[in-house]
Design a protein around this ligand. Sequence first.
Ligand SMILES: Nc1nc2c(ncn2[C@@H]2O[C@H](COP(=O)(O)OP(=O)(O)OP(=O)(O)O)[C@@H](O)[C@H]2O)c(=O)[nH]1
Ligand SMILES: [Mg+2]
Length: 272
Amino acid sequence: MTTYSSSLATETNLAIQANNPDTYVVSAVGAVGTGKSSLLNAIAGSQIFATGSSTATTLTVQGEVRPWAFVPGKRYVHLIDTPGLCDSTSQDRHTVAEMVRYFKSLANGVSAFLLVFNINDIRLDAYTQTMLRLFEALLGRHFWNFVVIVFTHVDEENYDDLEEQMEAVMDPQEGFIAEIRRIHNLPARTFVPSVIFTSTQNVRMSSYAQKQLKDIYNAVVLCETRNNQRRFTCTWLRRIMTIPSEEEKSIFITNSIKEAWSSMTSSVCSTQ
Ligand SMILES: Nc1nc2c(ncn2[C@@H]2O[C@H](COP(=O)(O)OP(=O)(O)OP(=O)(O)O)[C@@H](O)[C@H]2O)c(=O)[nH]1
Ligand SMILES: [Mg+2]
């Protein structure tokens, strides 16, 4: 098991690593309660973000820089945890404010979006579909190249079900990945995301979970490798960076979200 000396995690060092272009930037997104915070804690090998079985544990976007645990080398990772970013029925002020915080935190680029699902509930719910549509409208279709799909709750005692579950996800015609392609109009040749099945629990004791966490690391590295070793960025994120004041940034992002949201809802209406 990899251990890190506490000097690697001093506040000064972590602040330096936050601005290091070699630091990976990884954001966990997905429906409420799928295991986003638990997954980021597993990647860091420590309990950073609050987790819980009650609904909506994470209420606000949070970012933390840590050494990436369970992988060789001393790479750092900026972990961005998210609450429910996108309600399928409304765009209330709190939701928009959180999205503004979220997109501000991505302004320096993103190595990968971890799209998190619970293996016991394999479906592309309305919430996640809306969120992905909004991301595509704001970030452009290139963002799909940086999506890594992670299934949590693949615990050791449930391995007997794993083969069947993997088939439900990976089947080329009927599987979950094929469904994402269909719903979001993604060509089979171009949308080939890494798919990871993992448990976020007891990772210090489980060599299986540690292997899956290494696979997540490799999947994140692959996203950057396919992009000439660079994080994802786009014209819209670059534009945010050029805006001098925080307040103006917030107004710009809010307006973009509202515009994207209304073009999405009008296109949904026109297809009905
Ligand atoms: N058994 C098991 N439980 C898990 C796993 N991952 C997450 N959980 C549990 O699922 C519940 C929700 O996990 P969280 O990490 O809080 O989920 P979240 O997506 O961050 O939830 P919100 O912040 O509310 O959106 C917690 O009780 C976790 O302990 C897993 O791999 N196996
Ligand atoms: Mg959470």
